[in-house]
Design a protein around this ligand. Structure first.
Ligand code: NAD
Length: 483
């Protein structure tokens, strides 16, 4: 029987009624895995209303009591990690091993959010007035709208849900229409942990309908969004001046200096480029390599790419799964066609091989001769593509990294750490990995787009997310009310 994924408001699934349903397909096999109910505008109103009531209950709990519940969600996710990872791999397309790693990270995020809020403190500030004391307290925003993508269906929502609840917000969440099964698992764990009903409400649906209705709802106090720069722009326009975390796309470069161990760099780039079939906002897409070692590194990474085993997500032999969806595959086709038409060369891959149940299987691809006029340089490709370009001077490397409108994460690989750091200091990205490739991120550290670029606003990561999802309130009190 096909599973039905309902609208979930106030701690319970809503009866389907006459709402439409959208099929959810496996990228690996093409089979229908579930049917997702398409929330109506009325559902969004009901969900926001329920969240409003829960927000009052949550805000009156102590932070330490909320921390206990947040921790319990992590325990519940850990207890059913195997089942969630299989469903996640099934609907997203990543190899089961990667899905298991994602669930383990999500569990850590729940546990860390609990620890952070359990030990959070508030401040007493010096006062200019001997009769008055100044106390700064942390308050939640109120009702948080969370809208998430399909590439990490467990960890990306968890960043907002764990921190948002820890900070005392109630939440209305619209998960990606492409990965709603994982959302139901997370929701079940949150409800079972014992949060007040309505603390998290899930409105499955399409972006331009449900998502747009949610982010523009007048009662929403703040927004947490991860997705494309285009949708981020639309959300910022719809929501106006509300507090917002926007975590958008990247086209990340790893610079490779001429003093590296080429084999070790190729091995590092294998996962930096091809993990999750390149569908990671922090993946290395552009490899900016010193011209002296270009050919050697291209050969070594080509060996790595051809050693990957393309296959269905649940096959234990698979090391790279299918892409999640056709628009992503079509964009990769477009970027490669454009690059080849402008003079780039495909060394390996570049096609969708036949013989699989869907058209989403994409060969790991290595391309040389990337230039700044190509789409693969200017926009995010979001696929299993390593695009090479060369530099001669360090100034030129800096110019190439910074030479487009995005700025999420970057890496500089070189034995001479002083030289790598000197380059790193000049790069316009939210995260700079010196001695590592673009992609590596420790989830408790600040992650986000460099100011003035199109990769987003604000920082996610551990206490930084919790701080962003709350506000400070300043109390000025008669001195005799304080010790
Ligand atoms: P997307 O922007 O198409 O969709 C993201 C979510 O927004 C989905 O739930 C979608 O239904 C919803 N949405 C779409 N239009 C909307 C609208 N008008 N109003 C409200 N909601 C709307 O992105 P995607 O294809 O799901 O995800 C891939 C993108 O996400 C890539 O650009 C990737 O780089 C980015 N991403 C960024 C980070 C980060 O941390 N910076 C992490 C992961 C993914």
């Amino acid at each position: 029987m096909i599973r039905e994924l309902p609208v979930m408001i106030n701690g319970a699934p809503c009866p389907r009624g006459n709402r439409e349903a959208i099929p959810v397909h496996s990228p690996s096999t093409g089979e229908q895995l579930a049917r997702m109910v398409r929330s109506t505008t009325d559902d969004v109103d009901q969900a926001v209303d329920a969240a409003g009531r829960a927000a009052t209950a949550l805000a009156s709990m102590t932070a330490r009591a909320r921390a206990d519940l947040v921790r319990r969600v992590g325990d519940l996710v850990a207890g059913r990690a195997g089942v969630i990872a299989r469903d996640l791999a099934g609907e997203q397309g990543k190899p089961l091993r990667e899905a298991e790693g994602e669930i383990a990270t999500a569990v850590t995020m729940w546990h860390e959010a609990a620890e952070i809020v359990r030990h959070s403190t508030e401040e007493i500030l010096p006062s200019d007035d001997a009769e008055r004391r100044v106390v700064v307290v942390r308050r939640p925003h109120g009702i948080l709208a969370v809208v998430t993508p399909w590439n990490f269906p467990a960890t990306i929502p968890t960043e907002y849900l764990s921190a948002g609840l820890a900070a005392g917000n109630a939440i209305v969440w619209k998960p990606s229409e492409l990965t709603p099964i994982t959302a139901v698992h997370l929701y079940d764990c949150i409800v079972e942990a014992g949060f007040p009903p309505g603390s998290v409400n899930v409105v499955p649906g399409l972006g331009h309908e449900t998502g747009a209705a949610l982010v523009s709802h007048p009662w929403i106090s703040a927004i947490g969004f991860t997705g494309s720069p285009q949708t981020g722009d639309a959300i910022a326009r719809a929501a106006g001046a509300k507090p917002m975390l926007l975590e958008l796309g990247g086209n990340n470069a790893t610079v490779v200096l001429d003093d590296v161990d080429v084999a070790a760099v190729a091995e590092r780039l294998r996962s930096a480029v091809f993990a999750n079939a390149g569908q990671i906002c922090s993946s290395t897409e552009r490899i900016i390599v010193h011209h002296r070692i270009h050919d050697e590194l291209v050969d070594a990474l080509t060996d790595q790419a051809t050693s990957l085993r393309l296959g269905p997500s649940l096959d234990p032999e698979t090391s790279i799964g299918p892409l999640n969806n056709e628009p992503t595959a079509a964009k990769i086709d477009r970027h490669l066609d454009d690059a080849v038409a402008k003079g780039a060369r495909i060394i390996t891959g570049g096609t969708r091989p036949g013989g699989w149940p869907t058209r989403l299987y994409y060969e790991p691809t290595v391309l040389t001769g990337l230039t700044p006029d190509m789409l693969a340089f200017r926009e995010e490709t979001f696929g299993p593509v390593a695009a090479f370009m060369t530099f001669e001077s360090d100034d030129e490397a800096v110019e190439l990294v910074n030479g487009h409108g995005l700025g999420l994460i970057t890496g500089v690989l070189g034995q001479d750490t002083g030289r790598a750091l000197a380059i790193g200091r000049r790069l316009k990205a939210g995260v700079v990995n010196v001695g590592d490739a673009a992609t590596a991120w420790q989830p408790h550290t600040p992650f986000g787009g460099y100011s003035g670029r199109a990769s987003g606003v604000g920082r996610l990561g551990g206490r930084y997310t919790i701080e962003a999802l709350g506000q400070l309130q300043t109390f000025v009190l008669p001195a005799h009310t304080m010790p």
